[in-house]
Design a protein around this ligand. Structure first.
Ligand code: 13P
Ligand code: SF4
Length: 364
């Protein structure tokens, strides 16, 4: 057994402070919005570029990705799409690790982002030097890292996983008798450990957005909406996950809303997802899971401050100037490609699609 003091600590308060100080992109309306949309569509064509957006970014960016032949997706599908698409430039509207993943998988392509300052609290919680020391101390363990990490951390890992495939990869490694060193999300790690029974040593990072969902308040909300199904992203705390009807990645959550008969859904993930959920399941009612109430310290209120840095203006300027290009040290990129490709090959080798993995549970 490993004692808690062997797990490296990091300054969680400083990460939260940084999130609070992050300026969101200006949300454009009226003629300024329309002009930017026209500009971006034209530039995407001129630059032979494709827009790959995450579900948490501004609705207008999601709309543009859809209308221009790009994609709006979870982090696994974003990686796959950018890899398979023939465009020579990939523009990633999301956070830095998503742009880095695109670059690692496509070293020959130009990868741009509306801003290179869009961080992720999980990535920030796992600096590579401390991580390497941690791995060195546990050489007997297979190193599995969440996609929400830097290229250098991925380069050290044996496997990269996203939330849509984490349980199946760990189950596979557990069945092979492997012990796991997992980083950085403690909630996703605990959830996967519980489902698979694998021996997992967990780094103690968390997502500052999902960390805010409150179990007690969720119980009260469920009582008010007895017909509602609860859909939870596994970056949420364990006592919130325990109340879920479905636990899954962003894509899996949207899929559940289309497949379940419930008229109403309580959703514990970033509220950017409602844009696609409403399109996918029109006529159904979606309610945000509570972030306030007992123990509230809401610094994010169910919206990722770093995803919110992506806007029409900085996307247009990036395409115009071809700036904010993602660069990765080629040696690190080559090593990180190995652990990332392992995940993509694993996903491809499965009969059922990654989307089918969402865990349907009985609420406690
Ligand atoms: P997904 O892979 O489910 O899209 O999650 C990425 C993420 O950062 C969620 O906070
Ligand atoms: Fe990272 Fe959380 Fe933002 Fe996702 S929502 S990018 S995990 S900080």
């Amino acid at each position: 057994m490993v004692s808690a003091e062997q797990i490296p600590v990091f300054d969680e308060d400083a990460i939260r402070q940084q999130a609070l100080l992050t300026p969101p992109a200006t949300h454009l309306t009226g003629a300024r919005r329309d002009a930017q949309i026209v500009r971006i569509k034209k530039l995407l064509q001129e630059r032979d570029a494709v827009l790959v957006a995450h579900y948490y970014v501004d609705d207008d960016l999601q709309m543009l990705a859809d209308e221009t032949g790009g994609c709006v997706a979870d982090s696994l599908e974003m990686a796959r799409f950018g890899h398979d698409h023939p465009a020579t430039t990939v523009v990633v509207a999301g956070v830095r690790f998503m742009g880095e993943t695109a670059k690692i998988l496509n070293p020959e392509k130009r990868v741009l982002m509306p801003t290179l300052k869009a961080e992720c609290s999980l990535d920030l919680s796992c600096p590579v030097d401390a991580f390497n020391t941690f791995c060195d101390a546990h050489p007997e363990r297979t190193v599995v890292v969440y996609a929400n990490t830097s290229a250098a951390v991925k380069a050290r890992a044996d496997w990269v996983v996203t939330s849509s495939i984490a349980t199946r990869v760990i189950q596979h490694l557990h069945e092979r008798g492997e012990k796991i060193l997992w980083a950085p999300d403690r909630f996703l790690g605990s959830y996967v450990q519980k489902v698979t029974g694998a021996d997992m040593l967990l780094w103690q990072g968390s997502c500052i957005v999902h960390d805010e969902f409150k179990a007690e308040e969720l119980k009260k909300l469920r009582a008010k909406h007895p017909q509602a199904a609860v859909l939870v992203h596994p970056e949420s705390p364990g006592d919130v996950i325990a109340q879920a009807d479905v636990v899954g990645s962003t894509t899996q959550i949207i899929q559940a809303a289309t497949e379940l008969d419930n008229p109403t859904f309580i959703v514990a993930t970033d509220k950017g997802i409602f844009y696609k959920m409403k399109q996918a399941a029109p006529g159904k009612t979606f309610i945000e899971a509570p972030t306030g109430g007992v123990g509230a310290s809401c610094g994010s209120c169910a919206h990722c401050p770093w995803m919110a840095m992506n806007g029409l203006e900085n996307l247009g300027t990036t395409l115009e100037n071809l700036d904010n290009e993602v660069h990765i040290d080629p040696d690190i990129g080559q090593q990180a490609m190995v652990s990332l490709t392992r995940m993509l090959d694993f996903a491809a080798s499965e009969n059922k699609s990654a989307i089918g993995e969402a865990n349907i549970a009985s609420p406690s």
